[in-house]
Design a protein around this ligand. Structure first.
Ligand code: HEC
Length: 212
């Protein structure tokens, strides 16, 4: 009994949502439109569809009022800046949690493999200014004991990371190389110390260091 009630309640609901015309009474709403024998029923728009339509209009008005009368709260620029800020904080937090990944290793590498890797990058990225043998050109001579920015692993790594003095031409390489590659490059530069380049540029700088 209660089953029957439910079914009829559901049926009523479906009927109210669709306003479907009973099949056997279709001729009541048959129009006189006739397209090559295809006829047309004058059905009403189903209420469920109309309600959906009204809801989108309501949401549209709500959205418009929210977004366009509230530029402080809904600003793409602000959202973007907040996202960038959040990203930066996440990077900092990651760095703080994994210091070993970001610490530059200032150990001088002397094994052949590391120096060969350093030389390979040096030959690609550095020769234009420092020459293949480190004798110098636009950049200073890297084979002598005098340094503008400081010799030794720590200083050279700092130079590679941060670049030279503004406007001199030595850029920061930290976005080109990872920490291992920087360590190899710095070690290779140090390995050039004391060698005799073909056309050595006069020593520059006054920081004297010795390869200990
Ligand atoms: C566009 C030219 C240019 C390129 C390319 C370049 N350098 Fe330099 N480099 C310079 C100049 C110029 C200086 C001097 C900077 C200054 O006076 O502040 C310099 C300085 C240096 C120094 C410090 C020298 C000192 O006396 O303190 C090192 C080490 C060095 N470069 C290594 C490299 C390495 C390694 C590369 C390749 C990854 C490289 N450079 C690529 C132009 C260049």
């Amino acid at each position: 009994m209660s089953d029957k009630k439910q079914t009829s309640g559901w049926k009523k609901f479906v009927q109210s949502m669709t306003k479907a015309h009973e099949l056997d009474k279709e001729e009541e709403i048959l129009t006189d439109h006739d397209y090559d024998g295809i006829k047309e029923l004058d059905n009403v728009l189903p209420p469920w569809w109309k309600y959906g339509f009204y809801i989108t209009i309501a949401i549209g008005i709500f959205y418009y009022v929210q977004v366009f009368t509230n530029p402080e709260k809904y600003s793409q620029e602000k959202e973007y800046k907040a996202a960038v800020e959040k990203g930066k904080q996440e990077v900092e937090a990651y760095k703080a949690a994994n210091p070993e990944l970001f610490q530059l290793d200032v150990t001088l590498l002397t094994d052949e493999e590391s120096l060969a890797a350093g030389q390979k990058n040096f030959a690609t990225y550095c020769v234009a200014c420092h020459m293949a043998d480190g004798g110098g050109g636009i950049g200073p001579n890297l084979t002598d004991d005098k340094w503008i920015l400081g010799g030794g692993m720590e200083n050279i790594l700092k130079t590679l990371n941060e670049g030279g003095r503004a406007g001199k031409g030595m850029i920061s390489w930290k976005n080109t190389f990872n920490n291992d590659e920087l360590q190899q490059l710095a070690s290779y530069v140090i390995s050039l110390n004391g060698t005799t380049p073909a056309n050595p540029k006069a020593a520059e700088g006054d920081i004297i260091w010795s390869k200990q």
